[in-house]
Design a protein around this ligand. Structure first.
Ligand code: ZN
Ligand code: ZN
Length: 129
């Protein structure tokens, strides 16, 4: 049987289910992720056909750049998804997963853009971009 992962926004208007394994979590410290999250973004991902979303009508998709759009709940503001325009996967905010994720944080990206008020000292790989 395939692993099933469920997640939802804070108010419950949007929920989702992923069938199968998900990528380990990547923390993105880029300016867009910092603005949207208020800190930094930690996300897993899956192929689009593994993801089923309920309450899609309640998602606002915001294109912070030409390459990708960010999906959040229009009622409670929970950040849920990041979807590139030209590739067939969706990044999913790790904090939106319900219960245990079974995932591990594996690396930090865009650390050149990180905030000056925190240190990254967990020993994980750090990529400038
Ligand atoms: Zn919500
Ligand atoms: Zn980012």
């Amino acid at each position: 049987m395939s692993k099933i992962t469920k997640g939802s926004c804070s108010c419950g208007a949007v929920s989702y289910e992923v069938v199968g394994e998900m990528r380990d979590v990547v923390a993105c410290h880029c300016g867009q992720c910092r603005k949207q999250s208020g800190h930094y973004f930690a996300a897993t991902n899956c192929a689009n056909d593994a993801l089923t979303v309920s309450g899609e009508d309640n998602i606002t998709w915001y294109a912070a750049s030409d390459d990708a759009k960010r999906g959040f709940c229009k009622t409670c503001g929970s950040a849920l998804f990041w979807r590139p325009e030209d590739r067939d996967y969706t990044s999913i905010l790790a904090g939106s997963i319900d219960g245990k994720t079974g995932l591990t944080l594996k690396e930090h990206i865009f650390v050149a853009d990180k905030g000056d008020y925190y240190e990254l000292d967990d020993g994980l790989p750090q990529r400038e971009q």
